[in-house]
Design a protein around this ligand. Structure first.
Ligand code: ZN
Length: 50
C-alpha cells in the first residue's frame, strides 16, 4: 500500500495504524512520517512559546 504525502509529494508506505485510518477515512489527507515529525516539532515549539 502506497500513499502520496501531501506536503513533500513523495510516495510512502503507511504504518499499520495509518493504513487502518486510511481505509476508514480514504478522503482524509495523509502525510509521511518525516513531514509529520516536522509539523509536530513546530507545534510543540509553538506550545512552548504560548
Ligand atoms: Zn512528506
Amino acid at each position: 500500500m502506497k500513499v502520496i504525502c501531501i506536503l513533500c509529494d513523495e510516495p510512502f508506505t503507511p504504518t499499520k495504524f495509518q493504513a487502518r485510518k486510511i481505509i476508514k477515512h480514504p478522503h482524509k489527507i495523509q502525510i509521511c512520517e518525516s513531514c509529520y515529525d516536522r509539523i509536530s516539532a513546530k507545534v510543540s515549539h509553538r506550545e512552548e512559546k504560548a
